[in-house]
Ligand binder design. Sequence first.
Ligand SMILES: [Fe+2]
Length: 189
Amino acid sequence: MKFNLFSTPIFMTNIDLDKINIEAEIVENKWYSNTNTSHGKKNKLSKDGYHYLMTTIAKTIMPVLPGCSKVNLLNIWKNKYITEDFQENHIHTESHFSFIIYVKGASKTVFFAPHKNLIECFYKESFFDQTYQSEFRPGQIVIFPSYLEHMVKKSSNIETYAGNLLITNIDEKKAMIEKVNDANGYVCE
Ligand SMILES: [Fe+2]
């Protein structure tokens, strides 16, 4: 008998790109990788786009969440990999789950096992997988625990949306108030 302990849940589903369009005021080079991104800038989703995105995400991950959980969108942004651009290894802090929506071009995201350093230290040969080189295509969304380290390999002509999610209990007083309205949709800054 064999069973795996402490596995990492990764969710993938199709998403209609025509229903999600992020208006970003400023796109600039950021992080050591100088990635072209609107992260940390004003990003706006229409009200309908917000509801479609959150319904898709909630339906996908809700089966593994405790009862009464609410999925909140913390932020969303767009990334552009123009010519041989990349993004260094990173995690998404202060959130529970993160997501990447592949808008243009095949995915170049590589995920790293949380215990990859231990594997490297103790195993001369590769008994255990340390990386996963994804093969997602445009029109797919991948949702993963925010602690999972990942990077983007050198890529050209690729576009993604990325975002962070916080899970709250709907009974908690601290549950986030939805920041979406008819006039402005969802805006994160
Ligand atoms: Fe990321």
